[in-house]
Design a protein around this ligand. Sequence first.
Ligand code: 0X9
Ligand code: ZN
Length: 329
Amino acid sequence: ATWFTAYHRFTDILGFFNSLASSYPSLVSVNASIGKSFQGRDLFQVRIGTRTNPSVKQVYIQGLIHAREWVAGSTVQYIAYKLASAYSNPADPDNAWAVRTLNATEFYIVPVVNPDGYEYSWTTDRLWRKNRRRAVTTSSAVGVDLNRNYPKGWGADPNGASTTPSAQDYKGPSPLSEPESRVITSNFVNTLRSAILSIDYHSYSQLILRPPGYNYAIPAAQVTKLKAAGDAGAAAIAARSGRTYTSQTALQLYPATGTAVDYAWDESVNAQVTKDRTNGRVYSYTIELRPSSSDTATGFVLPPSQIVATGEENWAGFKAILDYVRSNI
Ligand code: 0X9
Ligand code: ZN
């Protein structure tokens, strides 16, 4: 009951999901390793689903690709906890929603994309962002920005990522140069055969960002639907907590290349993934959590007293986005 009053270390987050699986064994399972980080930590994946519907669609959620964005971790944990407990508890106000949704949808969650960076943000540098690999011998700098290392659009815009190894947005020496991005992308194409929605949680600035994240074309019909689902999420958050999350394209924030939001949108049309969606694409979002963009004094170091409020408003936002998607695939 006190879990969401504090942030937690990587091993304890794994323990939280293992105990969620013990509490709801027919609904929740943990794949202890989908692959390893540079320093040898296991990236784990959580599945929440009933295994009753053969035409089930997948929803993918990830967090903590950026080490210092701790509330992204707690929010992913919160959403997973709500899915499992609401489904399993008839008295829960979200029970009917969860039963209806889990009858048609299964959830694949990678709670900690960047475990090496995340642990480093606890032990050594609270504001660490990147992974912990020294990527090139020509520099002593450590760390590649995993959210610039995806293959979609890697390096396509010189303003979308840095070529300097010490930079916070260093794109790495090549697309998928990093073990963590290779694990995440091969897992994505291997497990998400009929994915309809992908969300990558970050902080901060209270934004719901949709593709494109750099300058490329998206068919007009998809533009309309991507915007509508994001807008629905922002409206639900405002209704729950009064907080403003701005729904806009990622490119409107600033161009970024080789990112998760563009990868998920793009990869879902490729041959490995079954094209049984009306759009032929997943709905893909990067959501920037609390605090607001003007609260630079708080920034990435959101007090733990706001974990539950951030989780609650984003549970509402998540449900609204998914409801729109399920009605408009
Ligand atoms: O720069 C990022 O990777 C994300 N922001 S953060 O402060 N969490 O680092 C936003 C990426 C969204 N995509 C684009 N802006 N294109
Ligand atoms: Zn981030």
